[in-house]
Design a binder for this molecule. Structure first.
Ligand SMILES: C[S@@+](CC[C@H](N)C(=O)[O-])C[C@H]1O[C@@H](n2cnc3c(N)ncnc32)[C@H](O)[C@@H]1O
Length: 268
């Protein structure tokens, strides 16, 4: 195994923090473990050699690095209380108050798509035939091209559907073979997957009714977190919601969102 020197380690930490907000300062073993096989394959003998190709902005190398160093763990219907909240609180309010019948939802850090597809299924199940009266746009972004390409395909092993209600499994997937299931086009059509780095400027202003930013901030330090939350706040519609992972929290005095309950915030 190729060893990472102290200075190479610090360079990786700085690169990932400055460009993607991800704090790997306590993840030396992860960096070494996930990258040394790749270096071997490339016939490189040191991490410095690899760092040089990254610094030369080789797009393929950078894509590969991000694919390797992000943690993309996710599953359908994860933290289901958010989906209950969507169904029981957010959507009834929208039905009553949203005169334009346009619903913009952002799944930020969507990984391989299980989160935005679950959102689309909940919407379809809630509105039923009335869904055709709505203009529904779910934007799903991530920095890893690898997970985005899996998300766009929408094909998942049977086991990963585990937590979804049976009625969803039946209605929203078609079986490809005994182990693989594909999300149906009627659900896929609501979602636009795109590469997006939360460190970049967010140009949209006050457009999102709901932002899912779940289990992404765990990798950010508090300053990066604060900056990203402020940008997302500006992109949220007044009356809109921010949903974060239950293991995460906003510093209440530093955020303009109001706290509703654990992992649920609102823009007044
Ligand atoms: C653990 S997954 C969470 C997926 C999903 N939101 C959930 O809760 O199951 C975190 C995702 O955030 C993405 N991510 C990390 N830093 C990011 C950044 N700066 N911009 C956009 N996505 C990022 C990672 O690539 C990864 O796919």
């Amino acid at each position: 195994m190729i060893r990472l020197t102290d200075s190479e380690f610090l360079e990786f930490v700085k690169y990932m923090h400055d460009n993607y907000g991800i704090d790997l300062s306590k993840k030396r073993i992860l960096i070494e473990g996930r990258l040394s096989g790749l270096l071997d394959k490339k016939g490189m003998s040191s991490f410095s050699q690899y760092l040089d190709s990254i610094k030369n902005n080789s797009k393929d190398e950078i894509t590969m690095l991000v694919n390797k160093l992000t943690t993309n763990y996710t599953y359908f219907y994860r933290e289901e209380s958010h989906f209950d909240y969507l169904r029981e609180v957010i959507l009834p309010i929208q039905e009553k108050e949203n005169k334009t019948r346009t619903l913009n939802i952002w799944s930020a850090g969507c990984s391989s798509g299980e989160e935005p597809y679950t959102i689309a299924m909940v919407l379809d199940d809630y509105f039923k035939f009335k869904i055709s009266q709505w203009d529904i746009r779910i934007t799903a972004g991530d920095i890893s091209e690898k997970v985005l390409s899996k998300a766009r395909k929408g094909i998942y092993p049977k086991d990963s559907l585990g937590k979804l209600p049976d009625s969803y499994k039946k209605r929203y997937f078609k079986m490809i073979d005994s182990n693989e299931y594909e999300v149906i086009p009627e659900i896929k059509k609501y979602i636009t997957f795109k590469a997006f780095n939360l460190m970049d400027s967010i140009l949209e202003r006050s457009i999102y009714d709901v932002v899912f930013l779940r289990n992404v901030m765990i990798y950010f330090n508090s300053e990066t977190k604060r900056n990203i939350i402020n940008k997302i706040y500006d992109a949220t519609k007044p009356g809109g919601y921010l949903l974060i992972g239950h293991a995460e929290a906003l510093q209440r005095d530093k955020s303009k969102y109001i706290y509703i309950k654990p992992a649920v915030y609102k823009k007044e």
